[in-house]
Design a protein around this ligand. Structure first.
Ligand SMILES: Cc1ncc(COP(=O)(O)O)c(C=O)c1O
Length: 414
């Protein structure tokens, strides 16, 4: 029953916006109706501090079943020894991993935010930068890929307690084995944050970090297509530390309705079709990047191996902010992003980050991605030409309406 007209009007408008626009924000996806339904259940009422079988509250028998399902499924999905599915977010998963692997003030070597890293990898205003002594590696100026020789040099010079691999805006395969051998050489722990690529790893479209990392963290809502949240994977001995770092260390009661949705999403990712999905995400990203390059746009590092790409719009005389706004006006959603060695400030930036996880979920093909690339290139060539914008808006509208996200569901917002 709906009585709150104002709140529901906004919720319905957002649902309709997602149907109408093409989502190219690389960290977003469209969760299934079943995943979303689980979040709207009575499980949200339940306090369940602790872990299955060891809770601080009564009445946890059913939420224990749910959390066990989620943990068992995610372990099977990634071939991991143990899992913690309670992190409310990727940042909280990273907090738990760092608390488990080192002490406040210890040195951590991670990818620089300016070159594709994440706020929770040592930004001075984030908990990570406040409580740990972060140092950073980047990508080379010539190839724009992670230079493992530089990572090794930095590690030998710093002797960090933890080396962190993983990124928010990096379009190439990350060599986890090479990171692991550097970590071993300098006696550091290896933490992998696979937030962006977790779905690709699950779908066997990207090499897995699990055999190499001491702790692997990820978000469940990006390529993995689950509810908004985080998770941590580790071996038995390390997960004990992660568990107490999460609760009571960093969080209170777990979000059991979200953990139920994670369980459902992990089951979806275990189905054979998910491998097809992950392969299509990568194929679509490649088609989009190749066509954008054919149309004269520069892609950082010359292409993509995963779901994401950074388009250097500075070369077209635009800032990332201007490109983001122009694309938004024709119903394409994306975000401005620094490119490596960017001269513009972050709120302007010289790039836009594009990803194919969400459009692949709604069924766009590689051919559709070529059409989409042509739309983007046409628009960015003449961003203030209204007739081009009108034509592009029409093509995007057709692509969106012929690929509904929730065709048979009440989520249509009607
Ligand atoms: C690599 C990486 N780690 C962690 C996170 C943080 O996730 P959350 O926004 O859930 O805290 C992100 C989110 O974009 C990310 O890209």
């Amino acid at each position: 029953m709906r009585t709150d007209e104002l709140a529901w009007a906004a919720i319905d408008a957002e649902t309709e916006r997602q149907e109408r626009q093409l989502e190219l924000i690389a960290s977003e996806n469209h969760a299934s109706g079943e995943v979303i339904a689980a979040m709207g259940t009575a499980l949200t009422n339940k306090y369940a501090e602790g872990y299955p079988g060891r809770r601080y509250y009564g009445g946890c028998e059913h939420v224990d079943t749910v959390e066990d399902l989620a943990r068992d499924r995610v372990r099977e999905l990634f071939g991991a020894e143990r899992a913690n599915v309670q992190p409310h977010s990727g940042t909280q998963a990273n907090m738990a991993a760092l608390m488990a692997l080192c002490e406040p003030g210890d040195k951590v070597l991670a990818m620089s935010l300016d070159h594709g890293g994440h706020l929770s990898h040592g930004h001075p205003k984030n908990f990570s930068g406040v409580f740990y002594d972060f140092h950073h590696y980047g990508v080379s100026e010539s190839e724009e890929v992670i230079d493992m020789d530089e990572v090794r040099d930095r590690a030998l010079e710093l002797r960090p307690s933890v080396i962190l691999a993983g990124a928010s805006a990096y379009s190439r395969i990350i060599d986890f084995e090479a990171f692991s051998s550097i970590a071993k050489e300098v006696d550091a722990k290896l933490m992998v944050d696979m937030a962006h690529i977790a779905g690709l790893v699950a779908g066997k479209a990207h090499p897995s970090p699990i055999p190499f990392a001491d702790v692997t963290t990820f978000t469940t809502h990006k390529t993995l297509r689950g509810p908004r949240g985080g998770a941590v994977l580790a071996e038995v001995e390390v997960i004990k530390k992660v568990n107490s770092a999460l609760f009571p260390g960093g969080q209170g009661g777990p979000l059991m309705h979200v953990i139920a949705a994670k369980a459902i999403a992990f089951r979806e990712a275990l189905a054979p079709e998910f491998e097809e999905y992950a392969a299509s995400v990568v194929k679509n990203a490649d088609a989009l990047a190749v066509r954008l390059m054919e149309r004269g746009l520069r892609i950082v590092s010359g292409g993509t191996d995963n779901h994401v790409m950074l388009v250097d719009v500075g070369a077209k005389g635009l800032s990332g902010r201007e490109a983001e706004d122009a694309l938004h006006a024709v119903e394409i959603t994306c975000n401005k992003n620094l490119i490596p060695y960017d001269k513009r400030p972050p709120m302007e930036a010289s790039g836009v980050r594009l990803g194919t996880a969400a459009i692949t979920t709604r069924g766009l093909s590689a051919d559709d991605c070529v059409t989409l690339a042509d739309c983007i290139a046409d628009l960015l060539d003449v961003p203030s030409d209204d007739s081009v914008a009108d034509r592009v808006r029409g093509v995007i509208g057709e692509l969106a309406s012929s690929h509904p996200i929730y065709p048979d569901s009440s989520l249509s917002g009607a």
